[in-house]
Design a protein around this ligand. Structure first.
Ligand code: AMP
Ligand code: GLY
Length: 420
């Protein structure tokens, strides 16, 4: 098969790496890709949020199957355009992608499906939102309704902080994403990421992970896209997984199908677990980044068969072959991230790194310039390893980190601390 993956992050490098291991893959193109992806597949410049361009590109390159990595093209309806053109696609319709693109929509679905989640209010004007906050008290969580690149959530410790966040959001700090605001009860507990393939009818859990969202060690400092992850997440016991499937995932999928907007793709549920009870924090309609890196490291080439079965509506017959293993990834980011950082700095030491089914340095924001690898983004590399124990995976991942010579980069040294 000829396969096209859309995206350019560590997530897409990991997807490409897994797909390439499957003998069914004859040709792989990643658009736009990055310097690491270019070492294993063809990369092509393409505006991946423009459905018309993606359809034309897929037709011209005889693509049989398109895998959409990030949320923006999904929310923009690129999967719909591809399906309308008769192409096989992994990824939800724009209607189903509202599970990520609109927080108030997700809350409405949870209400209809009786899925456990935080109590909330949904507001279109600041005064009503502030009255709700004063009534509920702090801590409380203020969220811009729309896609805000992971930045639209404020955990307010005081009522005054919540009121200031409300003013910011309605004042346009998050653009159109903040025209509506959701205010939520602050949930206590331990967070985990749960990944379930859904083909519109059937569901298949494919793994759990824990991310490290804060930039600093010990989970301090500002939020980022994720500084490291490991899989599996110990807090996701079989009992918690069963509850999450029966109380949250399956009722959500049934509600989406009942509305005539079935969800097809990967449903990434952010869960808060307290005393063995999971509650939904949020849905994403794509793989997590960097969670995808650890899931792909564990699944390997079978990941392609699972995504393909999902896109063809054959999940009922699909099975996951689990190994009793652990994977861990450490993100190397440009100094200054998640604030401003320098671009174009040179990274050395990548050539001698091990690359096998236990070790991979997945690239995110990199490009190749005059034979040298340079950093072009905030999150730049993902040192990813697998082992029989989490400790072994962690030691291997940090051994890779230590071989990289990049004075302008940094990483957290404590990835995995919660589980270890
Ligand atoms: P989100 O963008 O919705 O993933 O939110 C970012 C992060 O904020 C989550 O990963 C949680 O750590 C935290 N968060 C969001 N909503 C809540 C909530 N209701 N209670 C506690 N923490 C939350
Ligand atoms: N790592 C969190 C996310 O991808 O949303």
């Amino acid at each position: 098969m000829n396969i096209l993956i859309l995206g350019s992050g560590g997530r897409e490098h990991a997807l490409a790496w897994a797909v390439m291991q499957n003998p069914k893959c004859d040709k792989l193109i990643v658009a736009p890709g990055n310097a690491g992806i270019a070492m294993i597949a063809d990369c092509a410049a393409l505006d991946i949020e423009d459905g018309g361009s993606v359809v034309t590109f897929a037709e011209e390159n005889s693509i049989d199957f398109v895998i959409v990595g990030p949320e923006a093209p999904l929310a923009a309806g690129v999967a719909d355009r591809l399906r309308d053109a008769g192409l096989l696609v992994f990824g939800p319709s724009a209607e189903a992608a509202r599970l990520e693109a609109s927080k108030s929509f997700t809350k409405e679905i949870c209400d209809a499906a009786s899925a456990p989640t935080a109590a909330y209010g949904h507001f279109t004007d600041a005064e009503a939102a502030k009255a709700y906050v004063r009534d509920q008290g702090a801590p409380i969580v203020v969220k811009a309704d729309g896609l805000a690149a992971g930045k639209g959530v404020i955990i307010a410790e005081t009522v005054a902080e919540a009121e200031a966040a409300i003013d910011d959001m309605f004042g346009g700090a998050f653009g159109g994403a903040g025209a509506e605001v959701v205010i939520e009860e602050f949930m206590q507990g331990e967070e985990a990421s749960f990944f379930v393939l859904c083909d519109g009818t059937d569901v298949l859990p494919i793994g759990t992970a824990q991310d490290h969202k804060r930039v600093g060690e010990g989970d301090t400092g500002p939020n980022t896209g994720g500084m490291g992850a490991y899989s599996p997440a110990p807090v996701m016991s079989d009992a918690v997984i069963a509850k999450a499937m029966n109380e949250i995932i399956k009722p959500t999928m049934a509600e989406m199908a009942n509305r005539g907007t079935p969800f097809q793709g990967i449903l990434f549920a952010g869960l808060m677990i307290e005393n063995g009870q999971p509650r939904l924090v949020e849905y994403n309609v794509r793989f997590g980044d960097p969670e995808c890196q650890v899931l792909m490291m564990r699944l390997g080439g079978q990941a392609f068969d699972l995504l393909h079965a999902c896109a063809e509506g054959r999940l009922a017959e699909a099975r996951v072959n689990w190994a009793d293993d652990h994977a861990l990834t450490v993100v190397l980011a440009a100094k200054g991230y998640p604030g401003s950082y320098e671009k174009g700095t040179v990274i050395q030491g990548l050539d001698g790194l091990p690359e096998d089914s236990f070790h991979m340095m997945f690239h995110a924001g990199t490009s190749e310039k005059d034979g040298r690898t340079t950093a072009t983004g905030g999150r730049v590399l993902n040192a990813t390893a697998r082992g029989a124990t989490l400790q072994e995976a962690r030691d291997k991942a940090y051994a890779m980190v230590d071989q990289v010579n990049w004075p302008d980069g940094f990483c957290r040294r404590d990835i995995g601390w919660r589980a270890l």
